[in-house]
Design a binder for this molecule. Structure first.
Ligand code: PLP
Length: 222
C-alpha cells in the first residue's frame, strides 16, 4: 500500500469520530514526509529532538510538528520556537523549562501531560493517582506559557486486548475527572492522545482524540 492510500484510509476511518491523526514520521527521511505532505497532510510526530529540528529546518513551514517522545529538559530550547504540541510532559521540572523557553519565544505551547498507564516499569509519566491532587494543589498554575490541553498515555505492549482497553479506559476516566475540576486558566482540556498502530481501534473506542500512527502509514522501521 502507498503512503497516500494509507493516509486516505485513516482519514476515512476517523471521519466523524472527533479523533485526529498524527503521522509518526520518526526515522523516515524527508522525502517520505514530503510524499505524505503532497497528499495534503501536514501533522507529523517525531520522538527525537535532533531529528525533529533537522526536519523542521528542511521541510515546509506550514507543517504542524508534534513532539511525541520523552523530552529532556536541556533540549527544550531546540524546539520551543516552532513545536505545535508537546505530548509527553512528564514532570514539573520539564514543564518549568518549557514555560521558560516559551516565554523567551513569546509563545503559548500546547502540552499534554503524560500519564503512566502501562504495566511496564520503564515508561515515563505522572502517576495516575497523584495527578488530580497535583492539579488541585496548584502545582501547574504558574506555567502561564503552557496551554495544558489534555493527557497522553501509552498502553502496555501486549496481545491482551482487554488489558489495553482497561488502560485506555482508565486514562479517559482520569481525563474526564480532571475536566470536571475547577481548572486553572492555563488548562483547556480537550485532547486525549492515545493509540498507536497496534491499538488505535481500541483507543478510538475509548475516546481518543489524537492517535499517533507510524508503521501503519509509513511501513516498518529499521
Ligand atoms: C513510535 C511512536 C508511535 C508510533 O508507533 P507505531 O507503532 O509505529 O504506530 C506512537 N507514539 C510514540 C510515543 C512513539 O514513540
Amino acid at each position: 500500500m502507498s503512503i497516500a492510500s494509507n493516509l486516505n484510509s485513516f482519514e476515512k476511518r476517523l471521519k466523524g469520530t472527533g479523533c485526529q491523526l498524527v503521522a509518526v514520521s520518526k526515522t523516515k527521511p524527508a522525502s517520505v514526509i514530503m510524499e505524505a505532505y503532497h497528499t495534503g497532510f501536514s501533522r507529523f510526530g517525531e520522538n527525537r529532538v535532533q531529528e525533529l529540528t533537522e526536519k523542521y529546518r528542511s521541510l515546509p513551514k506550514d507543517i504542524e510538528w508534534h513532539m511525541i517522545g520523552h523530552l529532556q529538559t536541556n533540549k527544550v530550547k531546540m524546539i520551543a520556537s516552532f513545536v505545535s504540541m508537546i505530548h509527553a510532559v512528564d514532570s514539573l521540572k520539564l514543564a518549568t523549562e518549557i514555560n521558560k523557553q516559551a516565554t523567551r519565544y513569546e509563545r503559548l505551547i500546547p502540552c499534554l501531560l503524560q500519564v503512566h498507564i502501562a504495566e511496564e516499569e520503564s515508561k515515563f509519566g505522572f502517576v495516575q493517582e497523584s495527578l488530580v491532587e497535583m492539579i488541585t494543589a496548584g502545582n501547574f498554575d504558574k506555567f502561564n506559557q503552557l496551554k495544558i490541553t489534555g493527557l497522553m498515555g501509552m498502553a502496555t505492549l501486549t496481545e491482551d486486548r482487554e488489558l489495553i482497553r482497561g488502560e485506555f479506559r482508565k486514562l479517559k476516566q482520569l481525563f474526564d475527572k480532571i475536566k470536571s475540576l475547577h481548572m486553572p486558566p492555563n488548562f483547556d482540556f480537550k485532547e486525549l492522545s492515545m493509540g498507536m498502530s497496534n491499538d488505535f481501534e481500541i483507543a478510538i473506542d475509548e475516546g481518543s482524540t489524537l492517535i499517533r500512527i507510524g508503521s501503519s502509514i509509513f511501513g516498518a522501521r529499521n
